[in-house]
Unconditional design. Structure first.
Length: 150
């Protein structure tokens, strides 16, 4: 399985490092792309996200330079400001989350809580945004897969 190419990404399991990519089209669900290492995740964002999101060829070099300046060498340095700046380069797309599975399951950020509420709604649970419990982890990982891959 070659999960290092977004064009041919094979969804099968959720790995430790992930980002959520959403279309700006209303009612279009986002998709989590996940990777084994932080370096893989950052490499895909740095090298492929602009082409994958159909940035016009005339803008690609300039946007690529901007992206390389924005993107730090560690996801620990990616905050909402960095994500907002990346999203400005993706006119028809939005990346609301870049981080680890642990971040998604436990952090108190707005996006993390929203995803946990959506999961609990999907699983017919209490709809809280509390951290994911140990017994919920397997089902949570399944929920993070696109509907067609669950």
């Amino acid at each position: 399985m070659n999960n290092l190419t977004l064009e041919n990404y094979e969804f099968g399991e959720i790995k430790e490092y992930l980002f959520l990519l959403e279309s700006t089209v209303p009612y279009d669900n986002g998709v989590f792309f996940s990777f084994n290492t932080e370096a893989e995740l950052l490499s895909v964002i740095r090298d492929q996200i602009l082409a994958y999101c159909d940035i016009e060829e005339g803008d690609l070099v300039e946007f690529q330079n901007d992206l390389e300046e924005l993107l730090p060498n560690s996801i620990d340095q990616i905050n909402h400001e960095v994500i907002d700046q990346i999203n400005q380069l993706l006119p028809s797309w939005n990346i609301p989350f870049i981080g680890t599975l642990n971040d998604l399951m436990n952090n108190e950020g707005e996006v993390e809580q929203k995803i946990r509420r959506q999961f609990r709604d999907y699983a017919d649970l209490d709809q809280s945004s509390d951290p994911i419990e140990l017994e919920e982890q397997d089902e949570f990982k399944i929920f993070l897969l696109p509907e067609w891959a669950r």
